[in-house]
Design a protein around this ligand. Structure first.
Ligand code: ATP
Ligand code: MG
Length: 402
C-alpha cells in the first residue's frame, strides 16, 4: 500500500487566534521551499492542518526534509479514502498488511470530526478491528501497547488512515514572529543563538564586525559560511559586514586598556542597533551565555546594554558550553566555528579586561571621543551580502567539475 499524502499537524501554532492565517501562510511557503526538488509534491493548507500530496514522490524523503521545518509538530503518512464502510474496510486491510509482521499486535483508534458519520467512535474501532481479525490469522489486539496503531479519522470530506506519528521540529514558522538582528561572530555560540531564534519564528539577519587588515579574508569567509548554514533553515540570510578596524584602533589609542573591551562592545551594540533601525528589525540577538567570559558577567552586560533599550535576546544565556556545542553539532555549524581564524575581538583583546565594569567610568572614558561620525561611517560602509543555501544541484555540479 502506498501512502498518498503526509498529514502535517501544527500544534502550538493553531492556538494563535487571529494570527493563524499568517502562520499558516509562512509555514506553507517554508515547506514549499524545502520541497522544491520534488516537483510533483503539492502542499495543501487548511485551517488546522496541512497535507502534502505525494503524487508519486517518496514519503520518507519528503518527511526527512520536513523534519527541519519549524512550526510542524508532527507528521503522519496517510491514505485518503471515501467514507464508505466497504471501501474503508478494504483500504484499512491493505494498509495494515503492508505494515504487519507476524506476531504484531494492534489497535484501532477511531476519531470522528464529522459527527454525522454513521458509526460512533466505538463502532469504528469494533467494525474495523473485527475486519482485520477476521482476515489476518493469529492477529491479536493490544490496546495499551500495540505494535500498530491504526488511526481512522473521519472528517467532513473523507476518511484518513494513518499508522505513524513522527515528531516534527516544533517551534513556529520562520518569519512569523518579526525580524531581529543576530550579532554573528565566528564562534560557536552566536550561530546557535540564531538557530534557536529562528525556531521561535524570528526572521534573522546577521551583523558581523570585521577588522581588516587585522582580521583576514578567511575569517570573513568563515562567517559567510556560518550564515549560509543558517540560511538552510530560513531559505535566505542577509549578512551585514561592518568595517570595524578604525573604531577599534581609536578605542585602543584613547581608552584605558581595562575598559577597552566594554567600550568596544558598547559600540558594536550601538552600530548593530543602527543597522536594525535602518532595516526595520525589532530586536538584537547575541550568543552570550552568563559567566562564560569576561564580557559576559552580569555587571558587564549591565554596562554594555546601557547604550540601547532595544530588546536584546540571549537565547543561550542559561546554557552550559557542552549543551551549546551539542546543538552546534546538530545544526552543522560546529565544524565551521572551530576553524582557527582570529576575529576582531581576539585581535584587540586586552590583557586584563574588567569583569566588573562600571557605567559611570565607561561613560567618562567615552566622553573624550565623539563616536557618532565613526558610527555613521561604519554603518554607511557596511557591506550587505545576500546569502542563499547551496543547492544540492550546485553541489553536484561542483563535484562533477573536479
Ligand atoms: P561566540 O561563540 O558567539 O563568538 P563568545 O563565547 O566568543 O561567543 P564573546 O566573544 O564575548 O563570546 O561574544 C559575545 C557575543 O557578542 C557573541 O555571541 C556575538 O553575539 C557577539 N559578537 C562577538 N564578536 C562579534 C563580531 N565580531 N561580530 C558580531 N558579533 C560579535
Ligand atoms: Mg567569540
Amino acid at each position: 500500500m502506498n501512502y498518498d499524502r503526509i498529514l502535517i499537524r501544527y500544534g502550538e501554532m493553531s492556538t494563535k487566534g487571529r494570527n493563524r492565517n499568517k502562520f499558516v501562510e509562512k509555514l506553507k511557503n517554508n515547506m514549499k521551499r524545502v520541497l522544491k526538488d520534488f516537483p510533483n509534491a503539492k502542499v495543501e493548507a487548511s485551517r488546522d492542518r496541512m497535507h502534502v500530496l505525494l503524487n508519486g514522490e517518496n514519503s520518507e524523503e519528503i518527511i526527512s526534509r520536513l523534519k527541519g521545518v519549524f512550526g510542524i509538530q508532527s507528521f503522519s503518512p496517510a491514505v485518503k479514502v471515501e467514507k464508505d464502510i466497504d471501501v474503508m474496510k478494504e483500504a484499512v486491510l491493505d494498509l495494515f498488511k503492508s505494515l504487519y509482521k507476524p506476531g504484531n499486535t494492534f489497535k484501532i483508534t477511531g476519531k470522528r470530526a464529522d459527527k454525522t458519520f454513521l458509526l460512533t467512535t466505538d463502532e469504528i474501532n469494533h467494525t474495523f478491528g473485527a475486519h482485520l481479525l477476521k482476515n489476518i490469522k493469529g492477529l491479536r489486539v493490544d490496546v495499551k501497547n500495540p505494535d500498530i496503531n491504526m488511526q481512522i479519522e473521519i472528517r467532513k470530506e473523507a476518511a484518513y488512515l494513518t499508522c505513524e506519528n513522527i515528531r516534527g521540529a516544533g517551534g513556529l514558522p520562520v518569519g512569523s514572529s518579526g525580524k531581529a538582528m543576530l550579532m554573528l561572530s565566528g564562534g560557536i555560540d552566536s550561530p546557535v543563538a540564531g538557530y534557536l531564534s529562528m525556531k521561535r519564528g524570528l526572521e534573522v539577519e546577521a551583523v558581523h564586525f570585521h577588522s581588516p587588515p587585522f582580521t583576514s579574508e578567511r575569517s570573513k569567509q568563515k562567517v559567510i559560511d556560518l550564515a549560509e548554514k543558517l540560511s538552510e533553515v530560513s531559505g535566505f540570510m542577509t549578512l551585514y559586514v561592518v568595517p570595524f578596524a578604525e573604531i577599534q584602533q581609536l578605542i585602543q589609542k584613547q581608552v584605558p586598556n581595562n575598559y577597552s573591551m566594554t567600550v568596544t562592545r558598547r559600540l558594536m551594540l550601538r552600530i548593530t542597533d543602527e543597522i536594525r533601525r535602518k532595516h526595520n528589525g525589532l530586536a538584537i540577538i547575541t550568543g552570550e551565555s552568563l559567566g562564560q567570559v569576561a564580557s559576559q558577567t552580569l555587571e558587564s552586560m549591565f554596562a554594555i546594554n546601557e547604550v540601547t533599550n532595544t530588546p536584546v535576546l540571549r537565547p543561550i544565556i542559561a546554557m552550559d558550553k557542552t549543551e551549546i556545542i551539542e546543538i552546534s553539532r546538530e545544526i552543522g555549524t560546529h565544524d565551521i566555528s572551530i576553524r582557527p581564524y582570529e576575529d576582531c575581538c581576539t585581535v584587540f583583546v586586552p590583557s586584563s579586561p574588567k569583569t566588573r565594569p562600571r557605567r559611570d567610568k565607561v561613560q567618562y572614558y567615552e566622553s573624550y571621543i565623539d563616536f557618532d561620525p565613526y558610527i555613521s561611517k561604519a554603518v554607511n560602509e557596511t557591506e550587505i551580502i545576500h546569502i542563499k543555501p547551496k543547492s544540492k544541484q550546485a553541489e553536484e555540479t561542483f563535484e562533477n567539475l573536479f
